[in-house]
Design a protein around this ligand. Structure first.
Ligand code: ADP
Length: 506
């Protein structure tokens, strides 16, 4: 109860997968966007500034080139005709002057560009704007630099003018470009980027949320199923098949398979307990009956006493063998063949088992036909292989009729060994052939009991063969006899040293 409350408590305050996912996706996209946008913005800004620098320098160069035609210190009268639009360029002898003029004029008309001309003493002769944001300073050499003023970047070009004729310093061209257009463009870009960024984040968070919603919806279904199974372990509830083919679907399928298996185990366990108590009931009832008999008359009647004691001892013996076989069955179910290192020579075991059975049942003819090399071995405990063969041979004896003959043959394929035990006894009907490997199943209960059978032999043999990766099958005709075939993967021991796995799977 306390555990449940704690879980609900946790659920109330937790960050759901959907929120975590959306935030993570949103943040990732946002950061990626910021980095990319930053790089783009920086390169765009640098390009614009470079362009402006070029333009400023070109304008300056044009004016300097034109002014260098004068040979004395510049005067207002020299400069003004060049820098004012009213100047009639057709009167100029130099045709190229008009092109110069157009370029200069277009730059002069820019409100963010101040062009000033000074004579060599620093006297201002011309200014395209009323005032400049930077004051003129003498410089010996041409200089174009970026300065910061009131948080803004400005391009300042100072260009001394030398007379072409005598290389005398005759004045200065001074340009200040406050780059208003760059500021405007970058402002617009910043705004666009911000809006785009916000849209990208919202959009990606939304997509993230939808994906997480779909994912968590399926996880919730799984969690509900688990809760239902938790409430009633035998419930038939299973995780439904989701659309799509992904890991969650694999998980659901594996979980359902695991549930099936666990419920099968529980069912088998219940069945086993039921079967065992049922099996023990008969001998206990027989012993109880004889004890009652003794109690009433047997004490004084030596014949009854003797008979009852014998019967009780026989039942106790039966119970003993039943318990022993149940233990063997449990052990057979726990065999982990992958941990088994023992290698057993098959021919040797077959011969040994035939000898023992023959000794016990001398009225039987056990004919063997073992076609295999001496070094054919299987990776299994010797006692387990013996146990399987004893169960099959013992059954062949138990369920024989007039023809007291058993054939045992063995042959190999590259991967496996086949051992066949054939008898000519009662045989098993097709319907019963399906069930004889089940625990406690006997075709004829009374007959089997009479012959000392508990219905566990074949179950033990089947589980052992399966544990070692083999097969045990039956082929039988009722009234004519049965044939049991054991197939086991083989290992060939080469020169008595190295084991070479013949099973292609290994
Ligand atoms: P049991 O201890 O009763 O022999 P098994 O598990 O070995 O139990 O066999 C299950 C049942 O299968 C037997 O009770 C018998 O009816 C049938 N059976 C097994 N082997 C043979 C056989 N060789 N011939 C005919 N019936 C057989």
């Amino acid at each position: 109860m306390a555990k449940k409350e704690k879980t609900t408590e946790k659920k109330r305050f937790r960050l759901t997968l959907r929120v975590k996912w959306s935030v993570a996706v949103g943040l990732t996209i946002f950061l990626t966007f910021i980095i990319f946008a930053g790089i783009m913005y920086a390169s765009f800004y640098n390009n614009l500034i470079n362009q402006e620098e070029q333009t400023t320098k070109q304008t300056g160069d044009l004016i300097v080139e034109r002014l260098s035609n004068f040979s004395n210190n510049l005067k207002s009268g020299d400069v003004m005709p060049l820098m004012t639009p009213e100047y009639d360029s057709s009167q100029d002898q130099n045709a190229a002057t008009s092109a110069f003029q157009d370029t200069i004029m277009s730059q002069l008309s820019r409100s963010d560009m101040t062009v000033q001309i000074y004579d060599r003493d620093g006297q201002q002769l011309f200014s395209s704007q009323q005032s400049s944001k930077v004051t003129f300073r003498f410089e010996d050499q041409q200089q174009v630099k970026i300065v910061r003023k009131n948080g803004h970047r400005l391009i300042v070009a100072t260009m001394p003018v030398y007379a072409a004729a005598n290389h005398q310093l005759i004045g200065y061209v001074f340009i200040v470009n406050s780059m208003d257009n760059v500021r405007q463009s970058t402002q617009t870009l910043r705004l666009q980027m911000f809006v785009l960024g916000v849209v990208a984040v919202l959009f990606s968070a939304l997509i993230g949320y939808v994906i997480a919603y779909r994912l968590s919806k399926r996880i919730n279904v799984i969690s509900n199923t688990i809760e239902e199974i938790d409430r009633s372990p035998e419930s038939a509830a299973r995780i439904p098949k989701f659309s799509g083919n992904d890991e969650i679907n694999d998980l659901a399928t594996e979980f359902n398979q695991m549930l099936d298996q666990v419920q099968r185990y529980i069912e088998q366990q219940k069945q086993f307990v039921g079967d065992v108590s049922h099996e023990l009931r008969t001998p206990v009832a027989v012993i109880e009956g004889h004890l009652n008999l003794l109690n009433r008359w047997g004490k004084d009647d030596p014949e009854v006493l003797n008979e009852s004691l014998q019967a009780a001892a026989q039942e106790a013996e039966r119970m003993n063998s039943l318990i022993e076989e149940m233990l063997q069955l449990t052990r057979a179910e726990q065999v982990e063949s992958k941990h088994v290192q023992e290698v057993t020579d098959v021919r040797e075991v077959i011969m040994g088992v035939i000898d023992s059975i023959q000794m016990l049942h001398q009225d039987f003819a056990i004919l063997s036909d073992v076609e295999m090399q001496a070094n054919v071995s299987v990776r299994m405990n010797r006692s387990h292989l013996e146990q399987i063969l004893i169960i099959l041979l013992d059954n062949a004896v138990k369920y024989s009729t007039d023809r007291k003959e058993i054939h045992l043959s063995a042959d190999t394929t590259p991967q496996a060994i086949n051992i066949i035990v054939q008898d000519f006894g009662l045989g098993i009907s097709l319907g019963n052939q399906q069930r004889i490997f089940d625990r406690f199943y006997r075709v004829d209960k009374a007959r089997s009991r009479e012959r000392g059978g508990n219905g566990l032999g074949l179950s033990i043999a089947y589980r052992l063969v399966k544990a070692y990766g083999g097969e045990l099958v039956v082929d039988s005709v009722e009234g004519s006899g049965s044939m049991f075939k054991v197939t086991l993967p083989i290992v060939v021991r080469d020169n008595g040293n190295e084991d070479v796995e013949k099973d292609s799977d290994n």
